[in-house]
Design a binder for this molecule. Sequence first.
Ligand SMILES: [Zn+2]
Ligand SMILES: [Zn+2]
Length: 351
Amino acid sequence: MCQKNMTSTRVLSVPSAKTPFEQTTIQRRELRPHDILIDIKFSGICHSDIHSAFDEWGGGIFPMVPGHEIAGVVAAVGTEVTKFAVGDRVGVGCFVDSCGECEYCLSGEEQFCTKGVISTYNSLDYDGNPTYGGYSQKIVVTERFVVRIPDGLGMDVASPLLCAGITTYSPLKHWNAGPGKKVAIVGMGGLGHVAIQFAHAMGAEVTVLSRSMNKKSEALSFGADDYFATSDPATFTELAGRFDLILNTVSANLNVDAYLSMLRVDGTLVNVGAPPEPDNYQVFSLIMGRRSIAGSLVGGIRETQEMLDFAAQQGIAPKIEVIRADQVDEAYERVLRSDVRYRFVIDISTL
Ligand SMILES: [Zn+2]
Ligand SMILES: [Zn+2]
């Protein structure tokens, strides 16, 4: 393999599970005809970065460079790139390649690629090389997996939209959140606080279900119409049969029957957070209201672009805390303590 045109880049990497981050250098591949070299400006911290860096899901590839909420500027393009030019503001989310030929790739739902979509980090690409993510000064990605950041959207707030944004936008769209629909958002963290804004902008009536009343005023400022504490049992009786859609952004095991009881006939409980243990519920909770339990995985590239355009047009932005590269270990600890409102974003110029 010819290595002369590879690009070295500084990264934050963990040498093995649960070790502190180190600043090291890796090589990004030589540009292929459809590749884009991106100078990364901001990289968001997603809870799944922590699961991966701690190897909680197993199979971790180390050293690991996490990060799949990437915002930056095009620094170079391959000979056959048509979608982008040097200087364009661009983003990369959870995936960096797919087969491009299966029915799901062809319909713009690359996340379900039958050959297996390639994750932005902690994955092996189709040549068997590990992928390294966005805690990095530069990344090389094929143009099919790069989206445009609209002018109206700051690069720092755009980065969390590439995972947290599309993960919530896609199910809200798929299950028709809109005028006349009553939507509940469970959990008000990195995902939930963006979900509220999207559901509200789509025209739905939005209720937030959070453990305590602590975040009520902020939820209303994000566009929520109503707010209830799930620690109060009266919430579930008061809201019985209320919602068309409940979007669960929490990754703890819930009393699923209690949540299903808040759905109308034909209502759906959609999960985007995965609990550690299998869920238990009574099938009667589904039968009695023709209700459904569903899941949703991020979103396709075309929909990710649509989501960014919608966010720019509607003035939707995650609430972020920008940190330096040397603060990532501390940020992980704070995420685990739920001590962040609502998303950490690394300023890559500090790397
Ligand atoms: Zn993520
Ligand atoms: Zn495919």
